[in-house]
Design a protein around this ligand. Structure first.
Ligand code: FUC
Length: 738
């Protein structure tokens, strides 16, 4: 089967970096060296001392300006001498040239002739800039009494700065890539780049910095997580080390965990903005020419995990690159559907690149995954549920889900023994073998058809509604409990209780799907827990991250937290990157998503507050989480118990949950009604509520904000003051520059 369906692939390519920027300073044996990344400003800095002078380098990327900006400063004038050059990989041509204060590099890749161009503009204050022809006076601020530039001759491939007070490097690059099937070529690299550089040529650094902050901070600051008494003064690498050695105090552990949460959000903002490609296996931080798995897009968990955090942590628009990319796969995906499955619709298999690859590769244990299109289509549905963006629903979610569904409506096979519809052939990711109807295949297709049915009803698509409903009536859901109480991975009851395989694909229905939940399907939840216990708490980085989400969905906060500690202890590098190994970004994103799932869930038509709080987070507050229905949620808790929640309804009436109908809020325990108060935050009016077990219901209206307060035991005040600051800085230390 593998030989028949798999294909050896050539010319697939690898995501790779443009090159290295080399800054050489005449500094040796420096002291007090510190590297820092400030999440609050998305600015990286290096500071050190050399011969009594304090040096600093600040780096940021201005998304609005499409530029990397580097600022070199010192606390004494005329201290900065630096040679600026580039190292370009040898798999491309590289024409280097210096004109005035700009170093230009351009060329084409050897294999596919993709053009690239890079400009580095050095604006200096004081001092002098050497050019190939001699010495240029600085453009600005070059007053007297500075050492004159000496030996100032540079090769054409270098910029050489002598005795400047400060230097600003404005860097941008372009290619002629365009994500459009089938030729993937757009405007010439040089002409794209010239426009970008012309726009920032004379822009002062303060303006670039402000534009960067105005762009970044409103996104980053949309939400905050504070865990009580979270504190550490240690550099992050040392803090992580102590955490890994079991030597970090409880408050230092909380500090690291809250920092790690926000770091995930920072990484997503930094790697996935409208107009870019989506975050790949290494985000955008690959340094290899041929990266592990080509730093491509894997659709059997990795790419999906990259975006799990986007909606709930209030970064919905970071998904737009994902949707642009997936949309671009539809045309080649139709070819894959017709040639490999003989059906209409679209899909792809295990992996894809930026050139529209939608076929199969030859890796026998992994390549067969025709459900990839269906799985990624769920992100469109979720985006709609979270944002309630009706235009997105009509123009983007519906077309892609309809066509993904069409494929399955045409290819599901009737199993004569059970008279149910099954996926054939089917292969449980990387665990196999080829079977009829592995659990994940059935669950993904069920999920797709159900979600598409909701949209078809919303959009009044009668014929398609009927076809989906008919298929769903006969579709095997892939939810079977086996002889040792496990949730079966296959239709046959043959799961090995000793298997600790990292893919726990049969639990798709628990997360990211919602067919299994302790609230709605307790027996299946118990079976899911049995499976997870057998698989253990190990695995690669992303596997642990997925398990945080699983245990959070099973409402076991302590176990979810245990997996978080496993991830930080065994699968995290000193800069807090996830370590598969090697470095792979999905674990960062998946873990942040899992932490959010511990605090808020909304996949069961209700809003579950603190559904999986861990004992090690006894108090804290989170602001700005998002629930489905475009509801913004802030929560405070103390002594492990919820004290207050604020729900901000969207301004326009939501389709889900329907405005004017009852909003359900689920607590993690069963409260007494007299200990609950719901008020309208704007008017102060007290709302009539009803309580059924742990579910509170009240009428919620568009544009309104509601405060839910709970009293516990002897606590007399419904309010408590917040005195904590958000964790925001990652620092690392190193004694010397090499
Ligand atoms: C899937 C995983 C591997 C790895 C690769 C990029 O195939 O099973 O562990 O993450 O993607």
């Amino acid at each position: 089967m593998a030989q028949k369906l798999g294909h050896a692939v050539s010319g697939y390519g690898s995501f790779q970096s443009l090159g290295d920027l080399l800054l050489s300073f005449p500094h040796q044996q420096v002291t007090d060296y510190q590297r820092k990344l400030d999440l609050a400003t998305a600015t990286a800095s290096v500071t050190y001392q050399y011969q009594g002078v304090d040096y600093q380098r600040d780096y940021f990327v201005s998304y609005p300006d499409d530029a990397v900006v580097i600022r070199l400063t010192a606390n004494q004038p005329a201290s900065i001498s630096v040679t600026i050059e580039t190292a370009i990989p040898d798999n491309r041509s590289a024409h280097k040239n210096v004109t005035d204060n700009i170093l230009q590099v351009s060329g084409t890749l050897n294999d596919n002739q993709l053009e690239y161009a890079l400009h580095i503009q050095a604006d200096i204050q004081g001092g002098a800039l050497a050019t190939p022809l001699g010495v240029n006076k600085a453009h600005a601020g070059n007053d007297d009494n500075r050492p004159a530039a000496s030996n100032a001759v540079s090769a054409k491939s270098q910029l050489q700065v002598e005795h400047a007070d400060a230097v600003t490097l404005k860097i941008s690059a372009a290619t002629n890539y365009k994500n459009q099937y089938p030729d993937y070529r757009g405007e010439a690299a040089i002409s794209r780049l010239n426009k970008v550089m012309a726009a920032i040529k004379s822009t002062p650094i303060t303006t670039l910095q402000q534009r960067h902050l105005d762009d970044y901070q409103p996104l980053f600051e949309r939400m905050a997580l504070t865990l009580d008494d979270a504190h550490s003064a240690l550099p992050t690498n040392q803090l992580l080390q102590r955490y890994q050695q079991g030597k970090a105090s409880a408050s230092a552990q909380r500090y690291l965990e809250a920092l790690y949460f926000q770091y995930g959000r920072y990484l997503l903002i930094a790697s996935s903005r409208p107009g870019s490609l989506p975050a790949n296996l290494q985000g955008v931080w690959n340094i290899h020419q041929v990266a592990p798995w080509n730093a491509d897009y894997h659709f059997n968990i990795n790419l999906q995990m990259n975006y799990w955090l986007a909606n709930v942590t209030n970064l919905a628009q970071t998904q737009l690159p994902l949707f642009d990319y997936v949309d671009s796969l539809v045309k080649p995906g139709r070819i894959a559907a017709s040639s490999l499955l003989g059906a209409d619709g679209w899909t792809l298999f295990l992996n894809s690149n930026v050139w529209g690859f939608t076929g199969t590769i030859a890796w026998p244990t992994a390549f067969w995954q025709p459900e990839a299109g269906a799985w990624i289509a769920r992100h469109y549905y979720e985006h709609y549920l979270f944002t309630q963006d009706h235009d997105f629903l009509v123009q983007r979610a519906w077309p892609i889900m309809r066509e993904a569904s069409e494929l399955w409506l045409q290819t599901l096979v009737n199993d004569p023994d059970t008279n149910t519809l099954v996926v054939v052939p089917s292969y449980s990711p990387e665990h196999g073998n080829f079977v009829v109807g592995a659990a994940m295949s059935q669950q993904i297709v069920t999920d797709l058809l159900r979600n598409t049915l909701q949209l078809a009803k919303t959009l009044n698509k009668k014929d398609f509604t009927q076809r989906l409903q008919q298929a769903l009536n006969k579709l095997e859901p892939g939810l079977r409990i086996g002889h040792w109480g496990q949730l079966q991975e296959w239709r046959q009851d043959r799961d090995d209780p000793a298997s600790q395989h990292r893919h726990v694909s049969q639990l798709y229905a628990l997360h990211p799907g919602n067919q299994i939940s302790p609230d709605t399907t307790p027996a299946l939840s118990t079976a899911a827990a049995t499976t997870l216990n057998a698989r253990g708490d190990g695995g690669t980085g992303w596997s642990k991250a997925w398990k945080i989400n699983f245990w959070a969905r099973l409402q076991d906060g302590n176990r979810a937290h245990k997996l978080l500690t496993e991830q930080l202890i065994h699968s995290t590098l000193s800069n807090l990157w996830d370590n598969h190994p090697p470095f792979q970004i999905d674990g960062n994103f998946g873990a942040t998503a899992g932490m959010a799932e511990m605090l808020l869930q909304s996949h069961n038509n209700d809003i579950a507050l603190l559904p999986a709080l861990a004992d090690s987070w006894p108090g804290g507050q989170v602001t700005g989480l998002k629930a489905r229905g475009n509801i913004t949620v802030s929560i405070q808790w103390q002594h492990g118990e919820l004290t207050q929640a604020k729900l901000t309804m969207p301004d326009t009436p939501a389709v889900y949950p329907p405005t004017g109908q009852l909003l359900k809020v689920r607590f993690s325990d069963t409260p007494t009604i007299s200990h609950i108060a719901v008020t309208n935050a704007q008017s102060g009016a007290v709302l009539p509520v009803s309580l059924d077990g742990n579910v509170l219901t009240f009428q919620a209206k568009a544009g309104q904000q509601y405060l839910i307060k709970r009293q516990h035991g002897s606590i007399s005040s419904l309010f408590y003051p917040s005195t904590h600051t958000a964790a925001s800085a990652i620092t690392t230390t190193k004694k010397e520059i090499q």
